[in-house]
Each structure stands twice: as C-alpha cells, then as structure tokens.
Design a protein around this ligand. Sequence first.
Ligand code: HAM
Length: 410
Amino acid sequence: MSEIIKKPRGTVDYFYDDASVLISIKNKLLSLAERYGFSFCTVPTFEESRLFHRSVGESSDIVRKETFDLINKGDRSYTLRPEFTASINRAVIENKFFSSPSLPLKFSYFDKAFRYERPQTGRYREFHQFGVEIIDEKIDLSSQVETLLLAIDACKMILGDIEVKAKINFLGSVTSRDNYKKALYSFFADKIQYMCEDCKRRLETNPLRILDCKVDEDRKFIQDAPKITDYLTEEDREEFDQIKKLLLKLNVSFQVDDNLVRGLDYYTGFVFELYSDEKLGALAGGGKYSSLMKELGGPEFEGIGFSIGIERLILSLIGKGSLDYKKSLDYFVIDLRKNGDGLIIAKKLRDKGYKVSLPSFSRSMKGAIKMADRENAKNVIIVDSDMTYKLKDMSTREQKDITFEEILGL
Ligand code: HAM
C-alpha cells in the first residue's frame, strides 16, 4: 500500500466548522475595516527576497532564519511573504498610489503569511493575518490612535467578553533609537557572555531585540537595562504623551511596556501589541514606520498598521467564546423522481438567494431527512415520485402539500 502523505508541519487544514469559523471571521473583520474606511487589497504570495531584507530588516529573526525562500528561477530569488506591510508599501510605490488626491491611503487585508518557525501552539509555518496599513505624507495623531482602536475593536468583535490587553511603547525617531541602541550595547557588553546565543547575535545586529528575549535567565539582566523613554527626543516624548492622553480620553485601557520592541526592524515611533492569553503570544502587533517607503525607493511617506494572527484569535476562542458559524441551509431538496426535477427547483431557489443543497439520489428518504437535520436545513422539499411536492418544516416537523407554482413563489 502507498504511504499516506500528510500536510507539512506547521500548516492547518480547514474543513467543516473550522472552515466556517475562518470564513465568518474573515467576513466580519473585513466589513469592520470597511466601516473604518479601509479598502480591501491583495498582494502576491511571493515577492523578490530583497523586498523583505530591506523592509522587515536583516537583523530581524524573520529574515535571518524564518523566510521560505523559493528555489531560484532564472536570476531572481523569491520569498513567500512573511507579512504584508512590505508588499503593500511596495505596491503603493510601484503603482504610484501615493500621488492620489485622497490621502491617507487606507488598505485592509486578510490572507496567508509564511514563516519557517518551530511549530507549537499559536505558532505555525503557514497562518492567516488580518491587518490594515495607513500611508500618508505624515501619520498624524488620529491615524495612530485609530489604528490601535481598530485593532482592539477587531479582536473584541471576534472574542466577545474575553479580555484583550493592549501594551504600548514608543520607539522613537531613527536618531533616538540609535542613541538607545548604543546605550544598550554598552550595558549588555559585559553581561552578554552569560546570555543566550540569540542575544549574543542580537547585541551585534540589533541590541533592541535583546529586550524581547524570552529566556528566563536573560530576563534578570534585561530588567535593569536602560529604558527607551530616557532616550526619546522632546518631540517623541510629546507625541507619545499626546497618544496616551487621547487613548485615555477614548476610554482605551493600556499598559506602557518599556520592553516592547517588536520583531520587525521598520518601526520608528508608536508601537503596540494586543494579548488575550499570554501563553499564545501576541494576538496582534503593529506600529508606525517613518522610513520604510523611502528605503523601498518611494517618497518620504510614513505608515502605520497592525496585523492580527487569526489562528491565535481562534485558539483564544476555543472553549470560551462562541461564533455564530453553524452551517445552515434554507432548503434541502429530496428528489425521489431522480430525474433532475429537484435540480430545477434548487436552481430556482438559489437564484432567489436561498441556501439550498440536495442529497445524492442513492440516499433513502430516512437517510436524506437525517442528513437534512445534520446540515441544519430549515425546510425540506420532497419532489415525490407521484408527481406531487411536499414542504416539511424541520423545526415543527410539519409536512404539507405544495404546488410547483407555490415553490416558485417561496
Ligand atoms: P507580527 O508581530 O510579526 O507583525 O505579526 C502579527 C501577528 O501575526 C502576531 O501578533 C501573531 O498573532 C501573528 N503571527 C506571527 N507569526 C505567527 C506564526 N508563526 N503563527 C501564527 N501566528 C503568527 C507583523 O506581521 C506586522 N506586519 C504588523 C504590522 C502591520 N505592523 C505595521 N503594519
């Protein structure tokens, strides 16, 4: 017998209820984004590798070890997208959307991203992200606050009463970040020999990322590290204060976390992460980026955005929340004539917008009714072999005769 081929590690099959949950979340989130004025977009599943090297950053774990690089075809190297921000900024530059008279540009997306991570709960190699990006000459206070509001709203819309915590921080302009990096470098220089291999590497590539280390023994050094807030410019500090004030005014609760640095290199100002169950990692992450567009060859525009990990959202829901995702049918048409008359009725009802399905001809009447129940059909139409029609209300189980004309009028 041939060996059964299994799905690759870190990927997920979505069928039945799982698939219904996924599609329901997708529809809800995209329509929420539409209510906030975002237009849906899709970008290629793969891009030139150098796009992610330049944007996500050479020092990020994503680019260093987590990208799915495709076997070279011709002289170009391609990578499956590990996220969307880079691709959307690339598309804005390539299509010159930045010259649009209606700024800011506001895009939403829901699709798959790929990272070669060690699979575990909440961490996959292929996963879905919903997110948005706002791109403008200058990202103002309202866009920053609105982005966080939408991220929280989106999680709450799906999670209902489950608590969603927002952690925020301010990474500052390129200059203040460089000063801070220098301070971190000197602070960790004599401690790094006792720290993990990743931190040793991070000290040289991007000392900021040391703050993100999850190794317990390293956390005790990190606790006493200099804080970014001490390295912010007056202007940065003022901006962060205004953001916090506005969030308080809008009744958004948040926690300032000095160690929140984000795993991608392009952030320059306000950053945030959302959590429900800390064990799953962040539900969502985002922030402002001021030099990405320029680094990708575009104008000096700024951007802000976030992405929510859909699988983590679903995991947070399991056993706690509920989604009204139960598949249902308006009509289940049982064709005892087995001559296609049932198909004609199904087609006419579908044309009117009803959800309609049919069992196979080989199913007995009893088996077909059981199937109608399993499929949550509200009504069954029996196309009887004596050339009559019957309508059965599946909630009351009442059955009555109905004519073909009456069926057309349903
Ligand atoms: P990120 O923090 O890398 O940010 O990812 C955002 C979210 O995607 C995470 O909070 C997590 O829920 C989910 N996620 C990430 N990796 C995995 C994985 N391996 N398995 C399952 N879920 C995962 C970004 O991607 C940025 N592009 C966000 C952004 C948009 N910043 C500005 N604009």
